[in-house]
Design a binder for this molecule. Structure first.
Ligand SMILES: Nc1nc2c(c(=O)[nH]1)N[C@H]1C(S)=C(S)[C@@H](COP(=O)(O)OP(=O)(O)OC[C@H]3O[C@@H](n4cnc5c(=O)[nH]c(N)nc54)[C@H](O)[C@@H]3O)O[C@H]1N2
Ligand SMILES: Nc1nc2c(c(=O)[nH]1)N[C@H]1C(S)=C(S)[C@@H](COP(=O)(O)OP(=O)(O)OC[C@H]3O[C@@H](n4cnc5c(=O)[nH]c(N)nc54)[C@H](O)[C@@H]3O)O[C@H]1N2
Ligand code: SF4
Ligand SMILES: [Mo]
Length: 742
């Protein structure tokens, strides 16, 4: 590389939801060096090992460079943008006119770091009359969202940085992060004798290695283990009665239900010593502060919604809410989804938690002759052909649509099935942002500026949506001209005109994102037009949460606050603190009608006695449990697709316990055949002492062009939570067969 690198430019990592601030050096169109950005308010210079691989995203060989149209023989032909927009708008408008806009389904809206597309996609959905949508959240978090909404009227996060005790249930933050500066915090807890860590995981993970107590339970038995822990709190009266008396209702019903739980028997079902179950409950009760997180190990497993409930009982009964080191209700700039359940899906009647269709029912909503079936689909910044359960049936459903439009940077597995593929500029070529803003008490927002000029061909999503809305004939040109003239005179002139003409007019406000992009976008600094929608989102936050914004220095009328906040967002390419909370805000933010914590969720309490029946019987044909999709150093969903990127674990090895390996004659590096009820795959084995006998683990995100097994060739749409419909990817009955090389 003879060209000198560019100066360091601020940006962020897009490989997990932390979106750590980074600085990057560029040579030509290559991202050559990364380092953590100390000016980023949340990550403060932290980064893990993964961002060094981001050039494999930027310069992947299957990047899209032009719109594509499917030919009848299934191959693709390049077309120009005018043709693509006119044909996509035409097809979707015809489907809307013939069958109703509600038959046009929207999936995605962004991945780990790109949430502006979803904000602009709202305008296209409104323009089409589309009413149903979903995203990856509806295959992991919806059960938790619902429970949290029912109990607290809000979603919580844990303050691990200050917690005396950290509890992780089915979560391996050493690799998966999800909490800011995870490894720094985990090491600090491990090294401090006054602090403790408990990990509930069948695998001895990197996080479990740092824990004071590892409850290495039998896979899929969390409901029994956590029920026993709650029962210990009740039996030994380890409950914080003062907290409950002041803040909670429903304790008596919980007490009655869990008094009956046979603790020793349930500990045995989970295969955890009863003494450890009791010790865990006592540690939680005795700690001055407990921060806790659950994740896919339980959310993609048997009883997932029920386990989310049990998990909350552990820290609510012990009063771990609303104090430093416990749980808080964050104030994101934009709420990605709520836990409300207002309606059901049109074909199978599945509950739409946070308005999201459960991912596992999507094929049933398409593959039917029901008149309300989804006939068209827009997929944006997501790869459901790969990421959702039972890939074969999911792909069949996608192929059965009358029109599938995919907006992506790369020729993903989903794009390969599309009628039209619309290429987006990469997250380093446009202004982009994450809405995963959950820090506390100071919360930050990071608008990333582009670090590379946009190439010929791809367009940023806001431009794609603006063109679609225009082609649908729904953008009022005179209104755009009027707003644009106001914007030319500055934000203070623009704000009242926008408020008057758009914000309070339901028809126009549905298209607000695109109106802002067309009217305000051109008057913003070079490259920042995609941030225009943030002005509207800032206004909403200014109206709803003035106190927290004022403490961050944004004061005045809602329009003034929106203007100053928006300007601050534009002016801080490493991120800006937009809200400052106090711990007292947490209890005030409880969204239940009586502002109390609701401990007794009847439909879930009713499941407590059902556990007496014991775990589901083992199918002798599939005696092992496969965790299909484990976070490792070399996984990042399907964001990285370049075959060159995985320097280690290139085959995405199947982890097997030494006991099972011995019994089956398997060795590290050797092949094996992995069989489930829906599929089979040849895998490479890694014999790992971290695994429990009977438990297997495959990495997530593999099986794209970068090698390995696609985990969802092995999963089933039917294996899902009875309530939220979330998949049981961590509990796939499987068997393993010896396979001789060659
Ligand atoms: N490196 C990397 N990091 C990522 C991602 C990535 O692709 N790669 N993806 C990001 C995304 S989208 C998400 S949602 C998060 C997910 O983050 P995590 O949920 O932490 O990730 P996983 O490794 O899928 O699952 C967590 C743990 O569940 C355990 N587990 C399996 N079965 C059971 C069980 O029966 N009970 C219990 N208690 N535990 C069980 C597994 O052993 C594993 O250690 O990670 C994010 N971070
Ligand atoms: N079996 C099994 N399945 C799983 C999991 C598991 O553990 N096991 N994990 C699940 C989880 S937790 C998640 S979150 C999902 C993730 O699955 P998805 O939500 O489907 O998302 P990704 O795999 O992250 O794919 C993101 C897509 O966005 C594209 N992209 C990247 N940048 C841009 C951009 O700027 N614009 C546009 N338009 N597109 C862009 C990428 O090329 C890629 O195609 O997978 C789930 N699937
Ligand atoms: S923690 Fe996540 S966002 Fe931060 S550097 Fe690692 S992969 Fe990237
Ligand atoms: Mo996820």
């Amino acid at each position: 590389m003879s060209n000198p690198p560019s100066p360091w430019k601020p940006t962020a990592c897009i490989l997990c939801e932390c979106n750590c601030g980074l600085e990057v050096q560029v040579v030509g169109r290559r991202l050559v060096r990364f380092r953590g950005d100390r000016a980023h308010p949340t990550s403060q210079g932290y980064a893990c090992e993964k961002p060094h691989r981001l050039d494999h995203y930027q310069n992947a060989t299957d990047r899209l460079t032009t719109p594509l149209r499917r030919r009848p023989d299934g191959t693709f032909e390049p077309i120009d943008w005018d043709t693509a927009i006119a044909e996509v708008a035409g097809h979707l408008a015809r489907i809307r006119d013939a069958h109703g806009g509600e038959t046009i389904f929207y999936y995605g809206g962004g991945g780990q770091g790109n949430h502006l597309p979803g904000a602009y996609g709202t305008a296209t959905r409104r323009a089409l009359g589309s009413r149903y949508r979903s995203s990856a959240l509806a295959q992991e978090k919806t059960g938790e969202f619902w429970v949290s909404d029912q109990m607290l009227g809000g979603y919580t996060r844990g303050d691990f940085e200050h917690a005396e005790l950290a509890l992780f249930i089915g979560k391996n933050p050493w690799h998966s992060h999800s909490i800011a500066r995870a490894r720094v915090t985990l090491k600090a807890i491990a090294q401090d004798p006054a602090r403790k860590m408990i990990v509930v995981d069948p695998r001895r993970t990197e996080t479990a290695e740092l824990a004071d107590l590892h409850l290495q339970l039998r896979p899929g038995t969390d409901a029994w283990l956590l029920s026993a822990m709650v029962a210990v709190l009740i039996e030994e009266d380890l409950v914080d009665h003062a907290f409950l008396g002041e803040h909670a209702v429903g304790f008596e019903a919980v007490q009655a239900a869990f008094r009956e739980v046979p603790i020793a028997e349930y500990a045995a079902i989970a295969d955890v010593p009863e003494a450890d179950v009791r010790r865990a409950a006592r540690l939680i009760a005795e700690a001055k502060s407990v921060a806790s997180a659950e994740d896919l190990g339980v959310q993609m497993n048997l009883h997932s919604t029920f386990v989310s409930y049990l998990h909350r009982l552990l820290w609510l009964l012990t009063g771990n809410l609303g104090r430093p080191g416990t749980q808080y209700i964050p104030l994101p700039l934009v709420e990605l989804a709520s836990g409300r359940l207002k309606r059901r899906s049109p074909v199978v009647g599945a509950p739409l938690i946070g308005e999201l269709v459960p991912c596992n029912v999507i094929p049933d909503e398409i593959l039917t002759d029901h008149p309300a079936r989804y006939r068209a689909m827009i997929v944006e910044g997501a790869n459901p052909a790969h990421s959702l359960a039972e890939a074969a049936r999911m792909q069949h459903a996608l192929q059965s649509l009358e029109c599938l439009v995919v907006i992506d940077v790369a020729m993903s597995e989903t794009a390969q099935l599309a009628h039209y593929v619309l290429p987006a500029t990469s997250q380093f070529e446009k202004a982009e942002a994450t809405f995963f803003n959950t820090e506390f008490p100071k919360n930050a927002f990071h608008l990333r500026h582009p670090v590379l000029a946009p190439p010929e061909g791809p367009l940023p999503e806001p431009e794609i949506h603006a063109r679609l809305v225009e082609a649908l004939g729904l953008l009022d040109e005179a209104l755009v001209a009027e707003l644009s003239a106001a914007a030319a005179a500055g934000l203070d002139a623009f704000a009242p005109v926008f408020a008057q003409k758009v914000a309070f007019d339901p028809a126009a406000s549905g298209l607000a994102a695109v109106l802002l992009y067309r009217a305000l976008g051109p008057h913003l600094p070079e490259g920042l037009a995609p941030s225009a929608v943030l002005w509207g989102l800032a206004l909403r936050r200014a109206m709803e949460s003035p106190a927290a914004l004022a403490r961050a220095g944004f004061e005045g009328s809602p329009l003034e606050v929106a203007n100053r906040l928006f300007e601050a967002i534009l002016a801080h390419p490493s991120g800006v603190v937009f809200a400052v909370d106090t711990w007292a805000d947490v209890m005030a933010r409880l969204g239940t009608a009586d502002k109390k914590v609701h401990l007794a969720l009847e439909p879930l309490l009713a499941q407590v006695p059902d556990l007496r029946a014991g775990p589901p019987p083992v199918d002798p044909d599939f005696p092992l449990v496969l965790a299909a999709g484990e976070r490792r150093s070399f996984t990042a969903n399907t964001i990285l697709r370049d075959p060159a990127w995985r320097k280690k674990d290139a085959e995405g090895a199947l982890r097997v316990s030494p006991e099972d390996a011995r019994r089956l004659g398997l060795v590290t590096g050797g092949p094996a055949r992995l069989v489930t009820r829906t599929g089979a795959a040849q895998v490479m084995v890694e014999v790992s002492p971290s695994m429990r006998p009977g438990h297997l683990a495959l990495p997530n995100g593999t099986g794209t062009r970068d090698g390995g097994v696609a985990p969802n060739t092995l999963t089933s749409l039917q294996d899902r939570d009875a309530f939220a419909g979330t998949p049981w990817h961590k509990f796939v009955p499987a068997r393993l067969e010896l396979l001789h090389d060659g």
